[in-house]
Write a protein that binds this ligand. Sequence first.
Ligand code: SAM
Length: 328
Amino acid sequence: MVDSERIDKLIAAVPPALALRAGLDLDIFTRLGGGAATAASLGAALDVAPDRLSRLLYALASIGLLEVEDGQFRNGAEAAAFLDASEPTYRGGDHALLRELWGADLLTAESLRQNRPAALHDFSEAGPESAAAFSRLLAPGGVIFGRQLAQVLDLSAVGSVIDIGGGAGTILVGLREQRPQIAATLMELPTVAAVAPDILSEYGASDVVVEAGDITVAPSIGRHDLAILKAVVQVLPPEQARSSILNAARCLAPGGEIAIAGWGVVDDDRLGPPEGVFLNLTFLNLYRHGEAYTEGQYRAWMTEAGLVDISRSRLGDGTALFRGRLPG
Ligand SMILES: C[S@@+](CC[C@H](N)C(=O)[O-])C[C@H]1O[C@@H](n2cnc3c(N)ncnc32)[C@H](O)[C@@H]1O
């Protein structure tokens, strides 16, 4: 017997997520920090009308992200830990990016009807301004991902790391926080390579070597102990996805490790994980050819690249991580 409950729940899941995003956009959780505020004082601090703001505050309280008592709002435990940007455990770094992606998601039916991406994003044809804007959107999330990676990889023997298609290169910032002695290179398409140094210097990482190149055509000019390829394979058509992995492996010194990551990965049956399955729809709206490739495709390309000890794991935020090593 089917009933409408599940459909109602699916539909109801969206508005709380949108309220959360509005809270992040307005910096509400960071403003509140460890304290409490009324809608009036928060409204004054944010320069928004308190009576209208209070609707959002009550909505956030209704899903436990805020707590309210006698008209005073404070962060709930999860918001205090993960949505306050001053905390090292902050998970909201991607919210500006999600705003773009969710905007694109609303166009899925349109993209299918028109048989073209309704919110086309073309990395190779992007002008300097849009390359800089997109790289800035990704930059905060990059630092967080770099920290996550530093926790799961053994960096003790890594003397040199390359982030291929790393946007502004901020993954290298998070990755090297505890090991600043690791030499770092960012390899990017020329338009992004041109804007990356300015963004890197804002993150105190002017020592990162920026190399302009196209990973589908040739490897880096250097050899590195660790190569990172995050959210890059998925933006490329299959033949270029394959060559990006073959060339990334050629950036490695013998014994070096590759970390291929992204939400855009699906199981071989294409039914999971949810991050990959639904990002694959977002891709319909953004890219002519990019897609969430299957685990089997990643493994086949990595094997063809001569990599061994291939593994797939899932990081805390749902990012799929493939690791492999070049024989020593
Ligand atoms: C979705 S973004 C991911 C950026 C970064 N890795 C991250 O996860 O934040 C994809 C990046 O791949 C870069 N890219 C696309 N095609 C490339 C290619 N053929 N060679 C090098 N970089 C490429 C783009 O310029 C863009 O910065």
